[in-house]
Design a protein around this ligand. Structure first.
Ligand SMILES: NC(=O)c1ccc[n+]([C@@H]2O[C@H](COP(=O)([O-])OP(=O)(O)OC[C@H]3O[C@@H](n4cnc5c(N)ncnc54)[C@H](OP(=O)(O)O)[C@@H]3O)[C@@H](O)[C@H]2O)c1
Length: 326
């Protein structure tokens, strides 16, 4: 296998993010798109100049030329179709959140092992040079020992009928955007929290439209995050240490203008990280793992821990109680 020959499972809006990096890479090729309707698949293939169009997801999985699938389906279908792809011998790059339960992630882990394929969650920010630079700076202890990690990801969800509003499709702001500050916090902390506390405001459809969470780690590190569908776009992280504070104005969608701002009292230092297409890293990582046998940067165990934490926060918000994770 010298190349990943990709099929897109669905005509999701998010597809456009990966089409360009797939085409830019010598180790990848975009071969096909599938939709629940043949006409839709053909129109999409025509629009994006994709050679093959399938009128069902099953038909794409039956194509022996395809060895990698990108899944941009609604959240409740991620586990089911990742496992079907794996059983068909295809590597899988699946959108976040990887699944809606740890039991489903466990089934995905088992499928990846059984069918000897890579399944990875498309947490694109984890591959970006800005994130790697942040981790390097924190390792160099530029802000000392970590004390508090804060973050937010919100936007106004104006589209009615969007899958994000539907509880049966894994809707809700914590699954959709809260997963980012939660994941970023865990990445920076380098450990899992021992306690989680959440509050939510539900919308008319029953999904959380505002969510605020707090986390406590064993060594005293604390974290807070906010996510939601009701306020305009905001996405930031603040990492507070004993010797300074790190501020990231584009932690989850860095691309260009990637300034990492470090404050030591009144002294402010700005460090620029290299620019890179936001979705290039996840395609390269799939190529490295599936073609080169290298460890994937977002292992399934890490995705499992993120899902477990989101579930704990939702449980806390539903019961009004602190959830112990020990
Ligand atoms: N990483 C990122 O930057 C990022 C950004 C946005 C979204 N996402 C993730 O990507 C996924 C898709 O988001 P999106 O906004 O692109 O979604 P979307 O435009 O609504 O597309 C979802 C696609 O799923 C297919 N589908 C299959 N069963 C469906 C059903 N029962 N109802 C609706 N659609 C169904 C449809 O394709 P066909 O009609 O062609 O079959 C539809 O086009 C989500 O998991 C989201 O969290 C990630």
């Amino acid at each position: 296998m010298d190349k990943l020959r990709w099929g897109l499972l669905s005509t999701a809006r998010i597809n456009r993010a990966v089409i360009s990096p797939i085409r830019a890479s010598k180790r990848s090729e975009l071969v096909a798109v599938a939709s629940r309707s043949q006409a839709n698949a053909e129109a999409y293939a025509n629009e994006w100049d994709i050679p093959r169009a399938f009128g069902s997801y099953e038909a794409l999985l039956a194509d022996p030329d395809i060895n990698a699938v990108y899944i941009g389906l609604p959240n409740h279908l991620h586990a089911e179709w990742s496992i079907k792809c794996a059983a068909a011998g295809k590597h899988v790059l699946c959108e976040k959140p990887l699944a809606l339960s740890t039991a489903d992630v466990d089934r995905m882990i088992a499928a990846a092992k059984q069918y000897r394929v890579v399944i990875a969650e498309a947490f694109m920010y984890k591959h970006h040079p800005q994130t790697l630079k942040v981790l390097e700076l924190l390792k160099q202890r530029v802000i000392g020992d970590l004390l508090v990690i804060k973050g937010a990801f919100t936007f106004s969800l104006a589209r009615s009928g969007d899958v994000r509003s539907l509880p049966e499709m894994g809707g809700g702001s914590i699954w959709d955007v809260g997963c980012y500050p939660i994941s970023y916090t865990r990445l920076v902390a380098g450990e899992e929290p021992i306690e989680a506390l959440g509050w939510q405001v539900l919308g008319l459809t029953g999904v959380d439209e505002v969510f605020v969470g707090q986390l406590r780690f064993a060594d005293g590190l604390l974290a807070q995050f906010e996510c939601g569908f009701r306020s305009p776009y905001r996405a930031w992280m603040e990492i507070v240490g004993t010797a300074g504070t790190m501020w990231l104005s584009k932690p989850f969608k860095p691309e260009t203008d990637n300034w990492i701002v470090i404050k030591h009292g009144d002294r402010v230092e700005s460090i620029e990280a290299p620019s890179q297409d936001l979705y290039q890293g996840e395609i390269e990582d799939m190529e490295n793992a599936a073609l080169g046998g290298k460890p994937q940067r977002v292992p399934l165990e890490d995705s499992r821990a993120n899902v477990a934490l989101i579930k704990a926060l939702l449980e806390s918000a539903q019961t009004g109680k602190l959830v112990s994770l020990k």
